[in-house]
Design a protein around this ligand. Structure first.
Ligand SMILES: CN(C)C(=N)NCCC[C@H](N)C(=O)O
Length: 307
């Protein structure tokens, strides 16, 4: 005997819900995996951008390893892992919905009727702008923890690190610098992410269209390569403001008074030369490829499975 139609529908909906749950879980897992692999590079980048004690990438890696062991490279990783699924959902969700509003086509329909690059750029900038306000406090805590160079096993009598962990760091910033302190550097982050996420999605779309027949979905290899290069292109453009953002985030701690983004740019350039804006460019690009290849692969497959 065949089951009643409404029972079939209920079973189907439950199955779809489970499938979605699994996919959301996989997305978080893929994002988190990319982040774990990329975090050591990120730590070296942040230290090069904010501290003047290192002569370059290798010097920073050697000093970090000698002084703090391998664990030193993974400082500040827990909050980014905990928030990556939310930040990516906001970014990709706003991007996709802005494209939907601009072009009135769903993700599936966009293969047959590709949106213009102006629309892709506008949707990317909108996604970038909105995600900043989810990302800013997590990014601030990450940067503060990555800059703590104390080893885990401290010699007796040496002072403890200022922050005992991410929660202690968040509470201390809130108490010492006020609720606005948690958004320190958010304006520089907005200037960094709004245009560069436009570039990110345009690069991805352009590379996918170059190697995919009209109307077809890009292959997994295309998605990985296009995602990786989109990461590199956007981070290359983002690096100067990334340096400024990290310095402003650390400024609250050092009680170093910058009057704003422009002041930080001018005084950094005066003291260290124009090269300061490219600190961390190489390591940022090396990190960007794997992290963003994985991010786009999970995004494409999630949307295809959701239909
Ligand atoms: C240039 N920018 C800011 C970006 N492309 N951002 C989006 C990619 C974010 C990814 N989780 C990453 O950390 O690379």
């Amino acid at each position: 005997m065949s089951p009643r139609p409404h029972a079939c529908l209920t079973q189907y909906l439950v199955w779809r819900r489970l499938q979605r749950g699994q996919l959301e879980f996989l997305w978080s897992l893929a994002g988190a995996l990319g982040l774990v692999l990329g975090h050591p590079f990120d730590t070296v980048k942040v230290r090069l951008q904010t501290q003047t004690t290192y002569r370059g990438i290798i010097d920073c890696m050697v000093k970090t390893y000698r002084h703090e062991s391998l664990l030193g490279f993974f400082k500040g990783m827990s909050f980014p892992i905990a928030s990556i699924a939310m930040v990516n959902s906001v970014l990709f969700g706003v991007y996709s919905n802005t494209l939907l509003a601009l072009t009135a086509t769903s993700h599936q329909e966009r293969r047959a009727q590709p949106p213009s690059y102006i629309h892709v750029f506008t949707a990317g900038c909108t996604g970038g702008f909105v995600q900043v306000y989810c990302l800013a406090p997590f990014d601030l805590i990450k940067v503060r923890l990555q800059n703590q160079t104390e080893p885990r096993a401290r010699p007796p009598g040496s002072p403890p690190p200022r922050y005992r962990g991410p929660v202690h760091c968040a509470v201390s910033i809130f108490q010492e610098e006020g609720p606005r302190g948690l958004f320190r550097g958010a304006w520089a982050l907005t200037l960094r992410d709004t245009p560069t996420l436009g570039i990110y999605f345009v690069t991805y779309e352009w590379l996918c269209r170059q190697s995919t027949r009209d109307g077809q979905d890009p292959s997994p290899a295309t998605v990985l390569v296009a995602g990786g290069f989109a990461g590199i292109a956007s981070w290359a453009v983002a690096t100067p403001l990334d340096v400024i953002k990290s310095r402003l985030q650390m400024a609250g701690l050092k009680r170093r008074a910058y009057r704003g983004v422009l002041d930080c740019m001018v005084s950094s350039a005066r003291q260290e030369g124009l090269g300061v804006f490219f600190r961390g460019l190489t390591i940022n690009s090396a990190r960007a490829f794997p992290v963003n290849a994985v991010t786009f692969l999970s995004y494409e497959y999630l949307l295809r499975s959701w239909g």
